[in-house]
Design a protein around this ligand. Structure first.
Ligand SMILES: Cc1cc2nc3c(=O)[nH]c(=O)nc-3n(C[C@H](O)[C@H](O)[C@H](O)COP(=O)(O)O)c2cc1C
Length: 186
């Protein structure tokens, strides 16, 4: 099973990208997480959204289209998701209601140095994804608060209880995504 990780941050030392990497290390042997960088996705421009799309957009659409599931990790910027992530979803959302996002099992993580862990961005991201007919894993949210203190030197989650919660969240997500895929085939 292939899971595409999309971080809403372009920053090299991003806590959200690190959270995706930590999640990838927790997945079973039969699940592979690939993180897709959004740095090459230009601003959405309907004039460029024809059959010959910009290379960064083509790469994003191919990555989503080739994944069994998508795992987002988003920062919270001014109580919402970063423009970088919204822009990428706007590109991926076309053609409307028939895009690569439609029906693709998805889950949302967030990380922030604040004590709220980016939860407001998660709520906004769920809402945005509902416009694209993207099913989001129904579960209690996983959010990483105080992210600047959350990682150990090996890049894992330092707090054992938080690591266990993420592990349970990911197992539930993968089971749910597999059931969605099986239901799709029947
Ligand atoms: C423009 C901007 C707005 C931000 N607004 C919020 C916010 O509303 N809530 C929050 O928890 N953190 C906010 N932050 C702090 C980010 O959570 C922090 O920079 C975080 O490290 C970004 O995620 P990253 O580490 O994955 O790059 C903001 C940061 C920036 C640059």
């Amino acid at each position: 099973m292939k899971v595409l990780g999309i971080s809403g941050s372009l920053r090299k030392a991003s806590y959200n990208t690190r959270l995706l990497a930590a999640a990838g290390a927790m997945l079973g042997d039969d699940v592979r997480l690939e993180i897709h960088d959004l740095a090459d996705v230009p601003f959405y421009d309907a004039d460029l959204d024809g059959s010959d799309k910009p290379a960064g957009v083509r790469a994003l659409l191919d990555a989503i289209g080739g994944a069994d599931a998508v795992l987002f990790a988003t920062p919270e910027f001014n109580y919402s998701i970063p423009g970088v992530l919204k822009n990428a979803i706007d590109w991926a959302s076309r053609p409307a209601f028939e895009s690569v996002l439609r029906g693709r099992p998805t889950a949302i993580l967030s990380a922030s140095p604040s004590t709220l862990g980016g939860v407001r961005a998660q709520v906004h991201l769920r809402d945005v994804l509902s416009a694209t007919l993207t099913p989001v894993y129904p579960s209690p949210d996983f959010l990483l608060a105080s992210a600047h203190k959350a990682f150990d030197e090996a890049g894992g989650l330092a707090d054992e209880a938080t690591a266990q919660f993420l592990q349970r969240y990911l197992s539930g997500f993968i089971d749910w995504a597999r059931k969605m895929a099986a239901a799709d085939r029947t």
